[in-house]
Design a protein around this ligand. Structure first.
Ligand code: GLY
Length: 359
């Protein structure tokens, strides 16, 4: 019988393994023992995920000899701020975690980003592991070591790079996602398809990667393998890793303009729709792709546009960290499965967004 657990190495320094498959939450203690001696583990989770999975993670960790404490914060992007981070750090100190101890992020993208940043800051850095429970965290945010909180000025503006010691993605956890949370993760997987593989995109286009589908572990593994390669070549986003920001320039702007009421994946989907349309209108795309991307997003419960004006989006985008001085780097789809980086003067961003919105 084939092993249902797929493992993907991420060859950063230090490197780690991403394990993907069913039942991993109940094995997390045993699997963590493969990389860590018994120590104190602070599990950080949110008010949606904690009631579902914290007891099981705790039981598995304790059975493997870890001493467990836990911190739960209110679920949602509204918690991804310096106030919550400060409470996490105070908790780690009150629990007297030391440099040999470990933080475990149990949850989706917000939990992983914030627990990772707390681990990067506490005692100038302790180890952390990712236990992603959302599709978005599984296909994207749990891998690659980006950690952050939002500031009033924008998304993920305070953060650090710190690679986790391990990622254990229990695909059974995807079964409790609401359709909206599932769609949020589908957006990042569709993004990966547009970046690197038309057949991955086609799974979503044909409705073959719906909630509960057998294709999901394969989808997650493909997304993680692609991202692992990019991160190995460009861990600190000096070049190639910027490609992973496809849809994020307008996407982050949409999140910010909505006061973070529009979830990340939905905003990225809309951002992808805008840049795909712009690529076609401006002659950057080498094949017609905007209608195809919009139809794929719609089939998966995602928007391909937004009601915010191009002016509002351009203003918000220019406070994003993808701006460097007077230039901004856009990720432009040339074909489904191939994108390029395009550096533009910031003054050209508004016309590009207008083109992408047909204005
Ligand atoms: N989510 C994009 C990255 O990790 O670079």
């Amino acid at each position: 019988m084939t092993d249902p657990i797929q493992t993907i190495p991420v060859r950063t320094t230090p490197g780690y393994t991403v394990a993907i498959g069913p039942g991993l939450l109940d094995q997390c203690g045993r699997r963590l023992r493969e990389v860590l001696s018994p120590c104190r583990v602070a599990v950080i989770t949110d008010s949606n995920v904690g009631p579902l999975y914290l007891d099981r993670a705790r039981a598995s960790l304790e059975e493997a000899g870890f001493d467990v404490c836990s911190f739960t914060f209110p679920a949602g992007e509204g918690s991804k701020n310096l106030g919550t981070l400060s409470r996490m750090l105070e908790f780690l100190a009150e629990e007297r975690l030391t440099r040999v101890d470990c933080v475990a992020a149990l949850g989706g993208g917000v939990t992983g980003d914030m627990a990772g940043l707390a681990a990067a800051l506490y005692l100038r850095g302790v180890r952390y592991i990712q236990l992603p429970t959302s599709l978005l965290a599984a296909v994207d945010s749990s891998v690659g070591g980006k950690t952050a909180v939002d500031l009033s000025a924008g998304k993920n503006l305070a953060g650090a790079f710190l690679q986790p010691a391990a990622v254990l993605c229990d695909t059974d956890c995807l079964g409790t996602l609401t359709p909206e949370y599932f769609a949020d993760g589908a957006a990042e997987a569709i993004k990966t398809g547009v970046l690197c593989e038309e057949s991955l995109f086609a799974l979503f286009e044909e409705g073959k990667a719906a909630p509960g589908s057998d294709a999901l572990p394969r989808v997650i593994a493909r997304c993680v393998a692609y991202k692992a390669g990019v991160v190995e070549r460009d861990e600190k986003e000096q070049g190639e890793r910027k490609l992973l920001n496809l849809g994020h320039t307008a996407g982050h702007a949409i999140e910010k303009c909505s006061g973070f009421a529009i979830p990340h994946g939905h905003a990225v989907a809309a951002g992808m729709g805008v840049i795909a349309r712009a690529a076609e209108v401006l002659g950057w795309a080498k094949e017609p792709l905007a209608d195809r991307i919009a139809a794929c997003l719609a089939r998966n419960g995602l928007p391909a546009g937004t009601d915010f004006s191009p002016e509002e989006l351009a203003r918000a985008a220019l406070s994003d960290k993808k701006r460097a001085g007077d230039t901004i780097t856009l990720v432009v789809p040339e074909r489904i499965g191939h994108c390029v980086l395009k550096k533009l003067p910031v003054a050209e961003l508004l016309p590009v967004i207008r083109a992408g919105m047909g204005r």
